[in-house]
Structures are given as C-alpha cells and as structure tokens.
Design a protein around this ligand. Structure first.
Ligand code: SF4
Length: 52
C-alpha cells in the first residue's frame, strides 16, 4: 500500500519534519531493497512481502 505521505513525485511530505516516523528516519536506502529505479524497487518490495 502506497504511503499517504508520498507526493506526486514520490517524495516524502514529512521529510525533515519531526513528525516523520522514526522507522522511516532509520531506514537507509540500499541496492538490495531499492534497486536502481522505481520499478525495481516496487518489484523488490513485492517479493519481500511475498516471502514474509
Ligand atoms: S519516508 Fe515514511 S512517511 Fe515518508 S513517504 Fe516514506 S513511508 Fe511515508
């Protein structure tokens, strides 16, 4: 499910704000999850959800 805080450019509307969830702040982008483009990131996330 797409986060309601994403804007039309897939940028976080809470970025840099104190109300941004700690789990988001702590997540560090990595190629295994994010790939090198949006389509690959979505593919990886779907696969992770399928496996867990
Ligand atoms: S960083 Fe967190 S709050 Fe911001 S869009 Fe992503 S999941 Fe949503």
């Amino acid at each position: 499910m797409r986060c309601i805080q994403l804007d039309d450019r897939n940028l976080c509307k809470l970025f840099g704000k104190p109300e941004r969830p700690k789990v988001c702040h702590n997540f560090k982008a990595c190629p295994d999850v994010c790939g090198d483009n949006n389509a690959k990131a979505l593919e990886n996330i779907l696969e992770l959800e399928r496996l867990t």
